[in-house]
Design a binder for this molecule. Sequence first.
Ligand code: 0RA
Length: 640
Amino acid sequence: MSVSEKNYTTKDSIQVLEGLEPVRKRPSMYIGSVDSKGLHHLVWEIVDNSVDEYLNGHGDVITVTLHKSGDAITVADNGRGIPVDIDPKHKKSGLELVLTVLHAGGKFGDTDGYHFSGGLHGVGASVVNALSRKLIATVRRDGFEWKQNFVRGKPTTKVEKIAPFRGHGTSIYFEPDETIFKTIKFNPEDIKTHLEDMSYIHSGLKIFFKNDVAGETHDLTHPGGIPEYLQRMITEGQKPAVAEVPFSAARTTGDMMEVAVQWTESTDEVIRSYVNGIRTASGGTHENGFKSALVKAVRDYIETHKINVKGIAITSEDVREGIVGVLSVFVREPMFQGQTKERLNNPEMTAAVESFVRPALETWLNSNVTAANNIIYRVIQSAKARLASREAANKERKTAGSRRLNLPGKLADCKSTDVNKSELFIVEGDSAGGSAKQGRDNLTQAVLPLRGKILNGEGLTTTKALGNQELSDLVSAIGTGAGEKFDIAGLRYGKIILLMDADADGHHISTLMLDFFFRHMPELIKKGHVYIAQPPLYRLDVGKERLWAMDDNHKEEIISKLKVNAKYDVTRFKGLGEMDAKDLRETTLDRNSRMLLKVEIDNPLKADETFDHLLGKDAIHRYNEIMNNADKVAAEEIDV
Ligand code: 0RA
């Protein structure tokens, strides 16, 4: 694939924003985390730069080397080479600017630089440089080989002309900084998998992985591209495909996109989606457009061919059961959402993908009648299976009915009786409870609103604590009983999720609830059933778009990524009650985009002490802790 090219010179395209101190101070803001995942982000960053160069039409070979030590990487490409001439304004080489200035490289702000770049990716080589104890950049261009060395983001040499050289390209060697990362040992399998994924998405790109730890070199090139990828996924899934050939289509002009899909005998739905070559593990608007295109095309085929579906209403789930699909789109200014920024949020992408995929699939179905018939037969099969299992579930519900007799009246229960799939949200206050009831998925999510403060159960016997209506309702809803009567077999929800305001009151209620669980239903925590929801603190309205920020840092991060002159309004939530059902669903309830913290007890003794300290008799202690440290307390409580 290639993208129209623009003149890209050091002078006019590299924006100077800021130095690298913020990156070393808050590395997680730039690479997500400082664990192994963050460490590998460094590699993806550098590789993405080389891929961008390829997407802009320069270079077609990328070689990634994991050096023998296991903690150093070289990424080499045969693109134009990063410019080495001295920028008159800054008196520094383009290379030095790219590697020492945050956001240099034209990736942010305007679209004149690189055309496409990823989410967490694309923050640039400078971030990698800042987080490396050593980095050596080698550039081949203008008839020479050039080199410049850096330590923790600072140049230790000027860019030097090494020797005459024909050809061009960039090679970045780096050693991550052990004072930043929890581990600096790279995982060869992770690197290989990631590179192989990329090579399917960019079928013209030749990607090699040289693993010097194991003394192996892997050619990860896949000229078969996305259809070949799909075939591999189907083989791995081990369920036979229903059509003799998969459907695939590519749009190579305008907004580039490529899809491939096959129906299989599996009951799962597996879709891998990508934006600008980067995996969107939580889907998003592009994936929604893809799914609805599949559903509409199949339904349309059934209708126009007057296929007898025996009076069954075909749902979209029926159509999607068993599909294995790959979707790759290229978006000029991608917006990402969700805990790990793995969900595309550009609203226009739904219609863009749907309007490309739907007619292409309809045409394909009409000209591949055997495949179409097999697919329709498969879809009818899943509709029948759904009806049969619903009947079975109804029977099951009747027998389970007795367990439901004593449920509190204010509980809005979910339909599913499957513990593994169902969740109970404990919500502070009636108004937030109302939004949660409307915004939930009523198949699997139940809501129990609490009215006001619950009893402080610290130091009370289970019987006394259960004298409190709120706590006794809670225990009935959970179904296990409490104290000596606790029996995990009665558990009605796999996840018990506390959903409280992000203020001192909310933290106080969370603390009371956690204390109650810890004292009277500890198994619930030990078995990993208790969670804390994380509603956002801010809403940002940018034109028609609505973005959410978890905290101040996140808010600043979002603002820093807006267009230079973008106008926006910031609203700080006072309480959950201010969010309407749709907002609450999007930010806090929806499994794909929400953020949950799992409550774990690392050290029961310390937890005991913490709760005693927070909720015991010494009220002054308690007041100070909660008012002054509300945020800290909440964060630490998670793994007391
Ligand atoms: C800025 C300008 C130009 C190329 C690059 C950066 C570039 C960056 C990377 C990072 C990894 N490989 C790369 N290859 C190129 C274009 C310079 C020109 O107009 O020749």
